[in-house]
Design a protein around this ligand. Structure first.
Ligand code: SF4
Length: 447
């Protein structure tokens, strides 16, 4: 292990799961910075190791346990090393994690991130093992507002938790009931990020369309307008929307607010009404389709992406076919697809009719094959078009300097250019489409 500079300690942080967890990891690093920790990419150099975990799917949870096993030896070699587990597995398992991994020092849930400096202080003094998984019904602003951002993009939580209790989902148990932050606090945080150079902000919540239900004084579309007005912010994104709650007002806002990115993620989960009902989603396939059609009719340039779960308990072959039909009908720009896995505490875990693993796996494959063609077709529709790219990085392979960034519709674009770019957002013309990215030219030539 290399020596740390006087008083500076090192943290190795690994993040599993969704953007909500990425945002929590940023907050963890912010609180640790206040007590003199810097980040290291090598666990062997670390004074503190934190795994920020996800329990939404069984696979993600298993990954955490195997990662923990990797650090056991390190802890045996250096007993002074502090090993912690954060995130949804921490919240779900609590004390049980300490039993399962007797070399673990700290378990803390998503609502206890702001207590990290105190928890580490206590462990360092007493060498005790601690569990912090308390949940509260209100938001303490001290939990937020410490963010910085590396590449001009930042995520900002606007609410916490979820009240929907979909039959397959553990989130309402691990992240608690839904509560919104005050709009003034969100505006303050985004303004500070903009002053620090952030150009694109993504507002995060499990169900952003119900922002305000927990007592905030503005609606979600109003909040988007306020954020878009902040000097320096040039693009505003948001995730995740619930199909039952997305309003016509929000859909119309895409025509009124030019800084709103041309992308909406609207998880459908299944194309079968019986499965949607069993999932407790609160809409039918035709209700969902009518919302997507409205979006596409009003704003044909918006890309729509979705989430799909295959093999939900009781899903028949015909019901799965209904999902494939919906996919072909709505032609999503992309999908995030998963095999159902039972999660503790959820209603669906007790359902009968679990679909065998090999059937789930074949359905997933078929779904992904069908979508791959649609994604490529949708990308090819962009060839020859001018698109705006917010730059994220540049590579300098010998003889060719290549820039990369993201379109407003959330596609990755790469383009070669040897000079200095005039701005962090540039217009390019798309020249080729690949399954996961686009190629373009800058400056755009006479198109
Ligand atoms: S809306 Fe449903 S799937 Fe999404 S976080 Fe809430 S309970 Fe989970």
């Amino acid at each position: 292990m290399e020596q740390s500079a006087e008083g500076v300690k090192r943290v190795f942080l690994e993040t599993f799961g969704c953007q909500m967890n990425d945002n929590d990891s940023e907050r963890i690093l912010g609180f640790l910075k206040n007590i003199n920790y810097t980040r290291t990419s090598k666990p062997t150099d670390a004074d503190l190791i934190i795994l920020n975990t996800c329990s939404v799917r069984d696979k993600a949870e298993q990954k955490v346990y195997s990662a923990l096993g990797r650090f056991k030896e390190l802890k045996e070699e250096r007993p002074g090393l502090i090993l912690g587990v954060a995130g949804c597995v921490a919240q779900q398992e609590g004390k049980k994690l300490l039993k399962r991994a007797p070399y673990l020092d700290l378990v803390f849930g998503p609502q206890n991130i702001h207590r990290l400096p105190d928890l580490i202080g206590e462990i360092s003094k007493k060498r005790g093992r601690l569990v912090a998984v308390e949940q509260s019904e209100s938001i303490d602003e001290n939990e937020y507002g410490l963010l910085s951002a590396a590449d001009g993009r930042a995520f900002v939580s606007i609410m916490r938790g979820c009240d929907n209790f979909c039959a397959y989902c553990i989130v309402p148990y691990t992240r608690g009931r839904e509560v919104s932050r005050r709009s003034a606090d969100i505006i303050g945080e985004v303004s500070r990020l903009a002053e620090g150079g952030v150009k694109e902000v993504t507002l995060l919540g499990q169900n952003v369309n119900s922002y305000g239900a927990g007592g905030a004084e503005v609606s979600f579309p109003e909040l988007l307008r306020l954020v878009a007005r902040i000097d320096g912010i040039r693009r505003v994104r948001f995730i995740t929307s619930h199909p039952k709650d997305i309003s016509v007002g929000l859909i119309r806002l895409f025509g009124e607010e030019p800084k709103l990115a041309r992308h909406i993620h609207l998880p459908v989960q299944s194309g079968s009404d019986r499965v949607l009902k069993a999932m407790g989603r609160g809409y039918t396939a035709s209700h969902y389709s009518s919302k997507v059609r409205l979006i596409k009719n009003l704003h044909p340039d918006i890309s729509v992406t979705t989430d799909i779960i295959v093999g939900f308990p009781g899903e028949t072959e015909d019901e799965f076919e209904e999902t494939i039909a919906l996919l072909r009908d709505l032609r999503f720009d992309n999908i995030f697809s998963f095999m159902y896995s039972p999660r503790p505490l959820t209603k669906a875990a007790a359902f009968t009719g679990h679909v065998p693993a090999d059937v789930r796996s074949k359905r997933l494959q078929r779904l992904q094959d069908a979508q791959r063609c649609i994604t490529l077709e949708r990308s090819r529709e962009l060839v020859g078009r001018r698109v705006e790219v917010l730059l994220e990085g540049a590579s300098t392979a010998p003889g060719e300097r290549e820039f990369s960034g993201r379109t407003s519709c959330n596609r990755i674009v790469r383009f070669p250019y040897e000079g200095v770019l005039p701005d962090s957002i540039v217009e390019v013309v798309v020249t080729e489409a690949y399954p996961n990215s686009l190629r373009a030219e800058f400056p755009p030539q006479g198109k």
